[in-house]
Design a protein around this ligand. Structure first.
Ligand code: NSS
Length: 433
């Protein structure tokens, strides 16, 4: 079998002079009897040139009529050429068509409405922007794992099909599970709290599900959740973990994918400037800041997207909002012993108007305190029996957090809509393709 060379290898100047590549015909034009074919293989895009005298007439004619997105194999000579995009070019010695496209590619270089592009998502993901997003997603997950593993965390998986809510019943997706009712998980957290007594510090990367019933630019019904849980850890410590992890991700992206970031107008230097400690404000301070802008928040209510946006526009780096009222947070958040009407909770907010990236904080570890909170929230202890049980056998202070992957990408890539941070988004109105 022929050994094909990755286009990225050629573009990095590390390939041999004679190259054998395969890929999709990304774009083509001809000028002065030469066809310029841009070939894409997933690792990169390279310009190839086909001269009339290089192949027989039939082949030349076929390539001349070949529609974009057809697949080809090319053997040719690699040349350094400043004029070529990427600085290298392949002069074709032989070309073979593997699949000739028979119809026009639906996505052309013209304006298409968002619904059309969503309907053709399976083809649209071949474009430059989604390619960059996919690389950024992969890099974030790679370096996230790198950070956690090098800091002594173990990767732990919890079930997706569950029986009790973590983040409140209103966004639970119900599922028929044979003859009983089950749900899709909103977070791995409750199981993670059980697992820390087995393996200590843990993290996960997994899908989470929220039956978000409102149309927003920031909510998916299925999103990817980076979560961590840690025993003997208080609010202060988990916030430190959060800011260090986020900084690590931002710096790695800036260093390793600068071109991809620039596609979205993000200067990698902006990300390198971000360093811990991030600013910290309390919920009370946040509401005071909003009041000065003429926005009144009823004490006890969660901050809306519009309010987060106003605050977030005031910051140039991510910032924490801490100590949310009990009424604004899920049952598991530990009330502050110094001020029990608020919790030892934190949200990490992105700057530049993007809002919440992370929800986290310290958990209730005391059995009686947990039972009291479940009762206050009118939650059925039967549903949480195993979770309660964990508090009976060596309970310790512990904390954790969840970072929304698409929210992070939305901010980093300055996206208007979260759906563009994921290849096949699931939203209130869309589950196809
Ligand atoms: O509801 S959270 O604020 N917190 C939790 O689920 C905790 N149980 C996590 C934990 O401590 N292990 O969600 C966490 C993050 C939130 O800050 C967003 O970044 C993201 O999850 N998130 C979402 N992203 C996209 N779409 C939707 N609908 C969504 N909901 C939350």
């Amino acid at each position: 079998m022929v050994e094909f060379t990755d286009i990225s290898k050629i573009l990095s100047g590390k390939a041999k002079k004679t190259a054998h590549i395969h890929g999709w015909l990304h774009h083509k034009r001809s000028s002065g009897g030469v066809q310029f074919l841009l070939i894409r293989d997933g690792t990169g895009i390279i310009q190839t040139t086909l001269r009339k005298d290089a192949v027989d007439e039939k082949t030349y004619e076929k390539i001349d009529k070949l529609p974009v997105e057809s697949t080809v194999e090319i053997k040719g000579t690699v040349k350094k050429d400043k004029r070529a995009p990427g600085g290298y070019e392949i002069s074709i010695d032989d070309i073979k068509v593997l699949h000739e496209v028979k119809e026009e590619f639906p996505i052309a270089k013209k304006y298409h409405g968002p619904e059309f592009l969503m309907d053709h998502r399976h083809l649209w993901i071949r474009g430059k922007k989604m390619q960059a997003i996919l690389k950024i997603r992969s890099k974030i997950l790679e370096v996230t794992r790198e950070w956690f593993l090098s800091h002594g965390y173990i990767e732990f998986q919890s079930p997706i099909i569950i029986t009790a809510a973590c983040e409140g019943g209103s966004t639970l997706f119900e599922l028929k599970y044979f003859d009983r009712k089950a749900y899709l998980t909103q977070s791995w957290q409750l199981y993670a709290e059980a697992a820390i007594a087995s393996v200590g510090k843990i993290f996960t990367v997994a899908p989470s599900f929220r039956a978000e019933k409102s149309r927003t630019r920031r909510h998916l019904t299925e999103y990817w959740h980076i979560e961590a849980e840690e025993p003997w850890c208080d609010l202060k410590r988990t916030m430190k973990v959060q800011e260090e992890l986020v900084t690590y991700i931002l710096h790695k992206l800036a260093k390793e994918l600068p071109e991809e970031l620039r596609i979205f107008g993000r200067d990698p230097k902006d990300l390198l400037k971000i360093k811990p400690p991030f600013p910290r404000i309390t919920y009370d301070e946040a509401t005071e800041m909003l009041k000065k802008e003429g926005i009144t928040v009823k004490w006890g209510e969660d901050l809306t997207w519009e309010q987060q946006k106003v605050l977030s526009l005031k910051f140039k780096e991510p910032f924490f909002i801490t100590h949310f009222p009990k009424s604004a947070k899920a049952f598991y958040h530990k009330p502050d012993p110094k001020k029990p009407e608020v919790t030892l909770s934190d949200d990490l907010q992105a700057p530049e108007g993007y809002g919440e990236l992370i929800g986290g904080g310290q958990r209730i570890h005391d059995l009686d305190e947990l039972l009291k909170r479940l009762e206050e929230e009118k939650l059925d202890t039967k549903d949480y029996q195993w979770y309660i049980d964990v508090r009976k056998f060596g309970t310790v202070p512990h904390s954790g957090f969840g970072l929304g992957l698409e929210r992070l990408i939305m901010w980093i890539c300055k996206l208007d809509h979260i759906r563009d941070a994921i290849p096949f988004p699931r939203t209130l109105t869309r589950i196809y393709p």
